[in-house]
Write a protein that binds this ligand. Sequence first.
Ligand code: BG6
Length: 489
Amino acid sequence: MITETNQACDLVIFGTKGDLARRKLLPALYKLEKSQKIHPDTRIIGAGRADWNTEDYIKVVKKAIKNFLNEKVDQNIWKKLSARLNFFNIDVFKDLYFLELKKILNAKKNIFIYYCAVPPNTFNAIFKGLGKVNLNSLPSRIIIEKPLGVSLETSKKINKQISKYFLESQIFRIDHYLGKESILNLLALRFSNSFFFHSWNNKIIDHIQITVSEEVGIENRWNYFDQMGQTRDMVQNHLLQILTIVSMDQPKNITPEDIRQEKLKILRSLKKIDLNEINVKTARGQYTSGIINGKTVPAYTEENGANKDSKTETFISIRVDIDNDRWFGVPFYLRTGKRLASKYSEIVIVFKKMSKNLFQKFNENLSPNKLIIRLEPNEGIKIEFLNKVPGLNKEYELKSDKMECKYPNNTKNFVDAYERLLFESMRGIQSLFVCRDEVEEAWKWIDPIINAWKKTTTSTVQLYKSGTWGPKNSDSLIMRDGRFWETFN
Ligand code: BG6
Protein backbone atom coordinates (compact mmCIF):
# COMPACT_ATOMS: atom_id res chain seq x y z
CA MET A 1 0.00 0.00 0.00
CA ILE A 2 1.26 3.47 -0.86
CA THR A 3 0.66 5.98 1.87
CA GLU A 4 1.55 9.16 -0.02
CA THR A 5 1.15 10.47 -3.53
CA ASN A 6 3.94 8.78 -5.38
CA GLN A 7 4.86 7.83 -8.89
CA ALA A 8 6.36 4.76 -10.51
CA CYS A 9 9.96 5.65 -11.30
CA ASP A 10 13.12 4.16 -12.70
CA LEU A 11 15.81 5.47 -10.41
CA VAL A 12 19.16 5.20 -12.18
CA ILE A 13 22.07 5.66 -9.77
CA PHE A 14 25.22 6.63 -11.65
CA GLY A 15 28.21 5.92 -9.41
CA THR A 16 26.39 3.20 -7.55
CA LYS A 17 29.71 1.67 -6.40
CA GLY A 18 30.82 4.89 -4.72
CA ASP A 19 30.80 6.09 -1.15
CA LEU A 20 27.73 8.29 -1.39
CA ALA A 21 25.60 5.51 -2.84
CA ARG A 22 26.73 2.90 -0.34
CA ARG A 23 26.69 5.07 2.78
CA LYS A 24 23.65 7.21 2.14
CA LEU A 25 21.48 6.40 -0.87
CA LEU A 26 21.04 2.64 -0.52
CA PRO A 27 20.25 2.71 3.22
CA ALA A 28 17.82 5.60 2.52
CA LEU A 29 16.06 3.50 -0.13
CA TYR A 30 15.73 0.66 2.37
CA LYS A 31 14.08 3.06 4.83
CA LEU A 32 11.70 4.32 2.15
CA GLU A 33 10.81 0.73 1.35
CA LYS A 34 10.16 0.14 5.02
CA SER A 35 7.80 3.08 5.25
CA GLN A 36 6.07 1.99 2.04
CA LYS A 37 6.90 5.18 0.23
CA ILE A 38 8.16 3.56 -2.96
CA HIS A 39 5.67 2.82 -5.71
CA PRO A 40 5.30 -0.96 -6.32
CA ASP A 41 6.45 -0.58 -9.94
CA THR A 42 9.53 1.50 -9.18
CA ARG A 43 12.85 0.01 -10.28
CA ILE A 44 16.32 0.86 -9.01
CA ILE A 45 19.04 0.62 -11.61
CA GLY A 46 22.59 0.76 -10.34
CA ALA A 47 24.84 2.07 -13.11
CA GLY A 48 28.62 1.85 -12.95
CA ARG A 49 31.71 0.39 -14.55
CA ALA A 50 31.89 -3.16 -13.28
CA ASP A 51 31.74 -6.61 -14.67
CA TRP A 52 28.71 -7.42 -12.50
CA ASN A 53 25.33 -8.89 -13.18
CA THR A 54 22.27 -8.03 -11.14
CA GLU A 55 22.94 -10.87 -8.70
CA ASP A 56 26.41 -9.50 -7.94
CA TYR A 57 24.89 -6.06 -7.48
CA ILE A 58 22.29 -7.35 -5.06
CA LYS A 59 25.11 -8.76 -2.93
CA VAL A 60 26.91 -5.40 -2.96
CA VAL A 61 23.75 -3.53 -1.97
CA LYS A 62 23.02 -6.02 0.79
CA LYS A 63 26.48 -5.48 2.25
CA ALA A 64 26.17 -1.69 2.04
CA ILE A 65 22.82 -1.72 3.78
CA LYS A 66 24.09 -4.04 6.48
CA ASN A 67 27.12 -1.81 7.08
CA PHE A 68 25.51 1.58 6.93
CA LEU A 69 21.91 1.17 8.08
CA ASN A 70 21.48 2.20 11.68
CA GLU A 71 19.04 -0.63 12.43
CA LYS A 72 18.70 -4.37 11.90
CA VAL A 73 17.78 -5.42 8.35
CA ASP A 74 14.28 -6.89 8.17
CA GLN A 75 14.25 -9.78 5.69
CA ASN A 76 10.77 -9.00 4.33
CA ILE A 77 11.70 -5.44 3.54
CA TRP A 78 15.00 -6.49 2.01
CA LYS A 79 13.17 -8.99 -0.18
CA LYS A 80 10.94 -6.26 -1.57
CA LEU A 81 13.83 -3.86 -2.10
CA SER A 82 16.12 -6.42 -3.72
CA ALA A 83 13.38 -7.35 -6.20
CA ARG A 84 13.62 -3.79 -7.57
CA LEU A 85 17.38 -3.88 -8.13
CA ASN A 86 19.07 -4.14 -11.53
CA PHE A 87 22.66 -3.53 -12.52
CA PHE A 88 23.77 -1.83 -15.71
CA ASN A 89 27.44 -1.79 -16.66
CA ILE A 90 28.12 1.59 -18.26
CA ASP A 91 30.98 3.60 -19.68
CA VAL A 92 29.45 7.07 -19.60
CA PHE A 93 31.89 8.30 -22.22
CA LYS A 94 30.45 5.96 -24.88
CA ASP A 95 27.07 6.64 -26.53
CA LEU A 96 26.42 3.00 -27.19
CA TYR A 97 25.84 2.31 -23.51
CA PHE A 98 23.15 4.99 -23.33
CA LEU A 99 21.29 3.31 -26.20
CA GLU A 100 21.34 0.08 -24.20
CA LEU A 101 20.14 1.93 -21.12
CA LYS A 102 17.30 3.36 -23.16
CA LYS A 103 16.11 -0.14 -24.07
CA ILE A 104 15.97 -1.09 -20.40
CA LEU A 105 14.14 2.08 -19.43
CA ASN A 106 11.69 1.89 -22.31
CA ALA A 107 10.60 -1.58 -21.22
CA LYS A 108 8.32 0.20 -18.71
CA LYS A 109 6.44 3.47 -18.70
CA ASN A 110 8.05 4.80 -15.53
CA ILE A 111 9.40 8.29 -14.87
CA PHE A 112 13.18 8.32 -15.23
CA ILE A 113 15.21 9.80 -12.39
CA TYR A 114 18.97 10.00 -12.76
CA TYR A 115 21.06 10.37 -9.63
CA CYS A 116 24.61 11.55 -10.46
CA ALA A 117 26.51 10.17 -7.47
CA VAL A 118 29.75 10.69 -9.38
CA PRO A 119 32.58 13.27 -9.32
CA PRO A 120 31.60 16.47 -11.15
CA ASN A 121 34.11 15.86 -13.94
CA THR A 122 31.83 13.01 -15.06
CA PHE A 123 28.60 15.07 -14.93
CA ASN A 124 28.80 16.42 -18.44
CA ALA A 125 29.37 13.01 -20.04
CA ILE A 126 26.18 11.80 -18.34
CA PHE A 127 24.12 14.88 -19.36
CA LYS A 128 25.31 14.52 -22.94
CA GLY A 129 24.91 10.75 -23.10
CA LEU A 130 21.32 10.98 -21.87
CA GLY A 131 20.59 13.91 -24.17
CA LYS A 132 21.91 12.22 -27.29
CA VAL A 133 19.52 9.30 -26.98
CA ASN A 134 16.65 11.49 -25.87
CA LEU A 135 16.47 10.13 -22.34
CA ASN A 136 16.38 13.71 -21.07
CA SER A 137 12.89 14.75 -22.08
CA LEU A 138 10.12 15.56 -19.64
CA PRO A 139 9.03 14.18 -17.22
CA SER A 140 12.52 12.79 -16.52
CA ARG A 141 14.46 14.33 -13.62
CA ILE A 142 18.11 14.58 -12.76
CA ILE A 143 19.72 14.87 -9.32
CA ILE A 144 23.16 16.39 -8.84
CA GLU A 145 25.08 17.10 -5.72
CA LYS A 146 27.97 19.30 -4.62
CA PRO A 147 30.65 20.21 -5.35
CA LEU A 148 28.77 22.26 -7.92
CA GLY A 149 31.94 24.06 -8.92
CA VAL A 150 34.73 25.64 -6.92
CA SER A 151 33.90 29.21 -7.93
CA LEU A 152 31.19 31.21 -9.67
CA GLU A 153 32.81 30.56 -13.02
CA THR A 154 33.09 26.79 -12.63
CA SER A 155 29.62 26.52 -11.18
CA LYS A 156 28.21 28.49 -14.11
CA LYS A 157 29.94 26.03 -16.41
CA ILE A 158 28.15 23.07 -14.79
CA ASN A 159 24.84 24.94 -14.89
CA LYS A 160 25.37 25.75 -18.55
CA GLN A 161 26.23 22.15 -19.39
CA ILE A 162 23.20 20.71 -17.63
CA SER A 163 20.84 23.35 -19.00
CA LYS A 164 21.66 22.26 -22.55
CA TYR A 165 19.83 19.02 -21.87
CA PHE A 166 17.52 19.59 -18.90
CA LEU A 167 15.08 22.33 -17.91
CA GLU A 168 15.43 23.93 -14.47
CA SER A 169 12.18 22.18 -13.47
CA GLN A 170 13.87 18.82 -14.12
CA ILE A 171 17.01 19.57 -12.09
CA PHE A 172 17.17 18.60 -8.42
CA ARG A 173 20.32 20.02 -6.77
CA ILE A 174 20.88 18.41 -3.41
CA ASP A 175 22.08 20.18 -0.31
CA HIS A 176 21.46 17.42 2.19
CA TYR A 177 21.04 19.92 5.04
CA LEU A 178 17.73 20.92 3.45
CA GLY A 179 16.46 17.39 4.05
CA LYS A 180 17.16 17.49 7.78
CA GLU A 181 14.09 17.46 9.98
CA SER A 182 15.39 20.19 12.27
CA ILE A 183 16.14 22.55 9.38
CA LEU A 184 12.60 22.12 8.10
CA ASN A 185 11.32 22.77 11.57
CA LEU A 186 12.96 26.20 11.42
CA LEU A 187 10.28 27.29 8.96
CA ALA A 188 7.56 26.07 11.29
CA LEU A 189 9.16 27.73 14.32
CA ARG A 190 9.60 31.06 12.61
CA PHE A 191 6.38 31.32 10.68
CA SER A 192 3.79 29.70 12.90
CA ASN A 193 4.63 31.14 16.32
CA SER A 194 3.66 34.75 16.84
CA PHE A 195 6.19 35.37 19.62
CA PHE A 196 9.07 34.31 17.35
CA PHE A 197 7.57 35.86 14.24
CA HIS A 198 7.22 39.32 15.74
CA SER A 199 10.57 39.44 17.45
CA TRP A 200 12.63 38.38 14.42
CA ASN A 201 14.29 41.70 13.57
CA ASN A 202 16.93 44.25 14.51
CA LYS A 203 14.75 45.98 17.09
CA ILE A 204 14.82 42.94 19.34
CA ILE A 205 17.79 40.83 18.20
CA ASP A 206 21.40 41.76 18.95
CA HIS A 207 23.17 39.11 16.87
CA ILE A 208 22.87 35.52 15.62
CA GLN A 209 25.43 32.72 15.79
CA ILE A 210 25.37 29.65 13.56
CA THR A 211 27.76 26.85 14.47
CA VAL A 212 28.25 23.58 12.59
CA SER A 213 30.97 21.75 14.42
CA GLU A 214 32.32 18.39 13.25
CA GLU A 215 34.42 15.75 14.98
CA VAL A 216 35.40 14.02 11.75
CA GLY A 217 38.49 14.96 9.78
CA ILE A 218 38.61 14.72 6.03
CA GLU A 219 37.91 10.95 5.90
CA ASN A 220 40.34 9.92 3.15
CA ARG A 221 39.14 12.71 0.89
CA TRP A 222 42.41 14.62 0.75
CA ASN A 223 42.34 15.47 -2.95
CA TYR A 224 38.77 16.68 -2.84
CA PHE A 225 39.07 18.57 0.42
CA ASP A 226 42.40 20.23 -0.18
CA GLN A 227 41.11 22.08 -3.23
CA MET A 228 37.85 22.98 -1.44
CA GLY A 229 38.67 23.88 2.17
CA GLN A 230 35.95 24.22 4.79
CA THR A 231 34.63 27.45 3.26
CA ARG A 232 33.71 25.92 -0.07
CA ASP A 233 32.85 22.52 1.44
CA MET A 234 30.51 23.75 4.18
CA VAL A 235 29.85 27.51 4.10
CA GLN A 236 29.05 28.00 0.40
CA ASN A 237 26.21 25.51 0.74
CA HIS A 238 25.09 24.21 4.15
CA LEU A 239 25.79 27.25 6.33
CA LEU A 240 24.48 29.75 3.81
CA GLN A 241 21.35 27.66 3.41
CA ILE A 242 20.79 27.73 7.17
CA LEU A 243 21.48 31.47 7.19
CA THR A 244 18.92 32.14 4.47
CA ILE A 245 16.23 30.13 6.24
CA VAL A 246 16.92 31.89 9.53
CA SER A 247 16.91 35.35 8.01
CA MET A 248 14.50 35.35 5.05
CA ASP A 249 11.17 37.15 5.08
CA GLN A 250 8.01 35.10 5.24
CA PRO A 251 7.32 33.61 1.80
CA LYS A 252 3.86 34.30 0.37
CA ASN A 253 3.13 30.59 0.40
CA ILE A 254 4.98 27.41 1.27
CA THR A 255 5.75 26.72 -2.38
CA PRO A 256 9.17 26.01 -3.92
CA GLU A 257 9.05 29.24 -5.96
CA ASP A 258 8.08 31.53 -3.09
CA ILE A 259 10.62 30.04 -0.68
CA ARG A 260 13.40 30.25 -3.26
CA GLN A 261 12.55 33.88 -4.02
CA GLU A 262 12.89 34.85 -0.35
CA LYS A 263 16.13 32.91 0.06
CA LEU A 264 17.53 34.55 -3.05
CA LYS A 265 16.74 38.02 -1.72
CA ILE A 266 18.92 37.26 1.31
CA LEU A 267 21.79 35.87 -0.76
CA ARG A 268 21.68 39.03 -2.88
CA SER A 269 21.75 41.22 0.24
CA LEU A 270 24.85 39.68 1.81
CA LYS A 271 27.44 42.42 2.21
CA LYS A 272 30.56 41.53 0.26
CA ILE A 273 33.73 41.09 2.29
CA ASP A 274 36.69 42.70 0.56
CA LEU A 275 40.41 42.95 1.15
CA ASN A 276 39.98 45.80 3.67
CA GLU A 277 37.75 43.75 5.93
CA ILE A 278 39.12 40.26 5.40
CA ASN A 279 41.17 40.22 8.60
CA VAL A 280 38.40 41.44 10.87
CA LYS A 281 35.53 39.50 9.32
CA THR A 282 37.12 36.09 8.75
CA ALA A 283 39.30 33.73 10.79
CA ARG A 284 40.78 30.53 9.36
CA GLY A 285 42.34 27.54 11.05
CA GLN A 286 43.83 24.12 10.30
CA TYR A 287 43.86 21.19 12.72
CA THR A 288 46.98 19.70 14.18
CA SER A 289 47.14 16.34 15.90
CA GLY A 290 45.13 15.93 19.10
CA ILE A 291 42.73 13.67 20.96
CA ILE A 292 39.09 13.10 20.06
CA ASN A 293 36.94 10.67 22.04
CA GLY A 294 40.06 9.29 23.71
CA LYS A 295 41.82 8.56 20.41
CA THR A 296 44.85 10.35 19.00
CA VAL A 297 44.11 11.74 15.55
CA PRO A 298 46.66 13.02 13.00
CA ALA A 299 47.18 16.59 11.88
CA TYR A 300 45.56 17.66 8.61
CA THR A 301 48.97 17.67 6.95
CA GLU A 302 49.60 14.12 8.14
CA GLU A 303 46.38 12.66 6.72
CA ASN A 304 46.55 10.02 3.98
CA GLY A 305 47.92 11.51 0.78
CA ALA A 306 48.54 14.90 2.38
CA ASN A 307 50.78 17.63 1.10
CA LYS A 308 52.77 18.66 4.18
CA ASP A 309 52.80 22.33 3.18
CA SER A 310 49.07 22.71 2.62
CA LYS A 311 47.56 25.93 3.94
CA THR A 312 43.96 24.84 3.29
CA GLU A 313 41.53 25.83 6.05
CA THR A 314 39.70 23.12 7.98
CA PHE A 315 38.04 25.75 10.17
CA ILE A 316 36.43 29.06 9.34
CA SER A 317 34.47 31.71 11.16
CA ILE A 318 32.94 34.65 9.37
CA ARG A 319 31.02 37.73 10.38
CA VAL A 320 28.19 38.21 7.89
CA ASP A 321 26.14 41.39 7.50
CA ILE A 322 22.85 41.47 5.66
CA ASP A 323 22.08 44.69 3.88
CA ASN A 324 18.32 45.02 4.40
CA ASP A 325 15.98 46.81 6.79
CA ARG A 326 15.17 43.81 8.95
CA TRP A 327 18.80 42.97 9.72
CA PHE A 328 20.55 46.33 9.58
CA GLY A 329 23.11 46.34 12.43
CA VAL A 330 22.62 42.66 13.34
CA PRO A 331 25.74 40.59 12.61
CA PHE A 332 25.50 36.88 11.88
CA TYR A 333 28.53 34.92 13.04
CA LEU A 334 29.11 31.64 11.19
CA ARG A 335 31.55 29.05 12.46
CA THR A 336 32.38 25.58 11.19
CA GLY A 337 35.34 23.24 11.44
CA LYS A 338 36.59 19.69 11.31
CA ARG A 339 38.09 17.75 14.23
CA LEU A 340 36.50 19.99 16.83
CA ALA A 341 35.65 18.97 20.37
CA SER A 342 32.14 17.76 19.62
CA LYS A 343 29.75 17.23 16.72
CA TYR A 344 26.83 19.61 16.95
CA SER A 345 24.93 22.23 14.96
CA GLU A 346 23.21 25.10 16.64
CA ILE A 347 21.70 28.50 15.99
CA VAL A 348 21.79 31.00 18.83
CA ILE A 349 19.64 34.10 18.67
CA VAL A 350 20.92 36.60 21.22
CA PHE A 351 18.36 39.27 22.06
CA LYS A 352 19.14 42.88 22.90
CA LYS A 353 19.33 43.80 26.54
CA MET A 354 16.59 46.09 27.87
CA SER A 355 17.57 49.72 27.37
CA LYS A 356 16.48 50.45 30.95
CA ASN A 357 16.40 47.53 33.37
CA LEU A 358 15.03 48.26 36.86
CA PHE A 359 17.06 45.39 38.26
CA GLN A 360 20.38 46.53 36.87
CA LYS A 361 21.48 48.27 40.07
CA PHE A 362 21.11 45.05 42.10
CA ASN A 363 23.10 42.91 39.66
CA GLU A 364 26.58 43.30 38.26
CA ASN A 365 25.79 41.57 35.01
CA LEU A 366 22.43 40.66 33.54
CA SER A 367 22.74 38.18 30.71
CA PRO A 368 20.68 38.73 27.58
CA ASN A 369 17.73 36.54 26.62
CA LYS A 370 18.65 33.83 24.17
CA LEU A 371 16.85 31.41 21.93
CA ILE A 372 19.01 28.39 21.22
CA ILE A 373 17.92 26.14 18.38
CA ARG A 374 19.82 22.85 18.44
CA LEU A 375 19.78 21.30 14.99
CA GLU A 376 21.67 18.18 16.05
CA PRO A 377 22.19 16.08 18.08
CA ASN A 378 19.37 16.21 20.67
CA GLU A 379 17.29 18.49 18.46
CA GLY A 380 15.29 21.02 20.37
CA ILE A 381 15.03 24.59 21.57
CA LYS A 382 16.06 26.35 24.73
CA ILE A 383 15.01 29.77 25.90
CA GLU A 384 17.20 31.59 28.39
CA PHE A 385 15.58 34.29 30.49
CA LEU A 386 16.02 36.06 33.82
CA ASN A 387 14.33 34.97 37.05
CA LYS A 388 14.53 36.29 40.57
CA VAL A 389 16.74 34.26 42.90
CA PRO A 390 14.26 33.06 45.56
CA GLY A 391 14.81 34.02 49.22
CA LEU A 392 14.35 36.84 51.71
CA ASN A 393 17.78 38.36 51.54
CA LYS A 394 18.08 38.12 47.77
CA GLU A 395 15.48 40.74 47.08
CA TYR A 396 16.30 41.64 43.50
CA GLU A 397 19.09 39.31 42.60
CA LEU A 398 18.39 37.71 39.21
CA LYS A 399 19.75 34.65 37.52
CA SER A 400 19.51 33.23 34.04
CA ASP A 401 17.21 30.19 33.79
CA LYS A 402 16.50 27.84 30.90
CA MET A 403 13.28 26.48 29.49
CA GLU A 404 13.90 23.52 27.24
CA CYS A 405 11.83 21.69 24.67
CA LYS A 406 13.11 18.54 23.03
CA TYR A 407 12.15 18.06 19.42
CA PRO A 408 10.68 15.77 18.34
CA ASN A 409 8.67 14.12 21.08
CA ASN A 410 8.45 11.05 18.94
CA THR A 411 11.66 9.97 17.19
CA LYS A 412 9.83 7.24 15.26
CA ASN A 413 9.03 9.65 12.44
CA PHE A 414 12.44 11.26 12.32
CA VAL A 415 13.71 10.67 8.81
CA ASP A 416 17.22 10.81 7.42
CA ALA A 417 18.00 13.70 5.05
CA TYR A 418 18.65 11.48 2.01
CA GLU A 419 15.51 9.47 2.66
CA ARG A 420 13.45 12.64 2.54
CA LEU A 421 15.24 14.07 -0.50
CA LEU A 422 14.96 10.85 -2.50
CA PHE A 423 11.29 10.71 -1.61
CA GLU A 424 10.73 14.31 -2.69
CA SER A 425 12.51 13.68 -5.98
CA MET A 426 10.26 10.69 -6.61
CA ARG A 427 7.27 12.94 -5.95
CA GLY A 428 8.79 15.60 -8.21
CA ILE A 429 8.64 18.36 -5.59
CA GLN A 430 11.53 20.84 -5.69
CA SER A 431 11.04 22.88 -2.48
CA LEU A 432 13.91 21.19 -0.68
CA PHE A 433 16.34 21.47 -3.57
CA VAL A 434 18.56 24.37 -4.48
CA CYS A 435 17.99 26.31 -7.69
CA ARG A 436 20.64 27.55 -10.11
CA ASP A 437 20.42 31.18 -8.95
CA GLU A 438 20.94 30.22 -5.31
CA VAL A 439 24.12 28.31 -6.11
CA GLU A 440 25.46 31.15 -8.23
CA GLU A 441 24.55 33.90 -5.74
CA ALA A 442 26.29 31.96 -2.98
CA TRP A 443 29.45 31.75 -5.09
CA LYS A 444 29.23 35.47 -5.84
CA TRP A 445 29.58 36.10 -2.11
CA ILE A 446 32.21 33.40 -1.43
CA ASP A 447 34.54 34.21 -4.36
CA PRO A 448 35.65 37.66 -3.13
CA ILE A 449 36.49 36.17 0.28
CA ILE A 450 38.70 33.50 -1.25
CA ASN A 451 40.29 36.03 -3.60
CA ALA A 452 40.99 38.39 -0.73
CA TRP A 453 42.76 35.58 1.18
CA LYS A 454 44.95 35.00 -1.85
CA LYS A 455 45.88 38.68 -2.00
CA THR A 456 46.40 39.45 1.66
CA THR A 457 49.74 38.97 3.31
CA THR A 458 48.45 39.45 6.84
CA SER A 459 45.58 36.93 7.10
CA THR A 460 46.95 33.50 7.88
CA VAL A 461 45.59 30.05 8.59
CA GLN A 462 46.13 29.55 12.32
CA LEU A 463 46.78 26.06 13.68
CA TYR A 464 44.42 24.58 16.30
CA LYS A 465 44.66 21.34 18.18
CA SER A 466 42.19 18.59 17.21
CA GLY A 467 39.57 18.16 19.92
CA THR A 468 39.41 21.89 20.76
CA TRP A 469 37.02 24.62 19.59
CA GLY A 470 39.25 25.99 16.86
CA PRO A 471 41.91 28.69 16.57
CA LYS A 472 42.25 31.71 18.86
CA ASN A 473 41.64 34.14 16.01
CA SER A 474 38.05 32.88 15.84
CA ASP A 475 37.50 34.05 19.44
CA SER A 476 39.12 37.39 18.62
CA LEU A 477 36.79 37.80 15.64
CA ILE A 478 33.67 37.87 17.81
CA MET A 479 35.27 39.44 20.91
CA ARG A 480 36.33 42.42 18.83
CA ASP A 481 32.62 43.21 18.60
CA GLY A 482 32.18 42.77 22.37
CA ARG A 483 30.53 39.37 22.01
CA PHE A 484 31.39 35.73 22.77
CA TRP A 485 30.80 32.39 21.12
CA GLU A 486 28.04 30.49 22.84
CA THR A 487 29.57 27.45 24.52
CA PHE A 488 28.36 23.93 23.80
CA ASN A 489 26.41 22.19 26.55
C1 BG6 B 1 29.28 17.29 3.49
C2 BG6 B 1 30.71 17.74 3.49
O1 BG6 B 1 28.54 18.02 2.55
O2 BG6 B 1 28.71 17.49 4.79
C3 BG6 B 1 31.50 17.01 4.57
O3 BG6 B 1 31.30 17.51 2.23
C4 BG6 B 1 30.83 17.16 5.90
O4 BG6 B 1 32.84 17.47 4.62
C5 BG6 B 1 29.36 16.76 5.82
O5 BG6 B 1 31.53 16.35 6.85
C6 BG6 B 1 28.62 17.07 7.12
O6 BG6 B 1 27.33 16.55 7.03
P1 BG6 B 1 26.53 16.17 8.35
O7 BG6 B 1 25.18 15.80 7.86
O8 BG6 B 1 27.28 15.02 8.98
O9 BG6 B 1 26.56 17.38 9.24
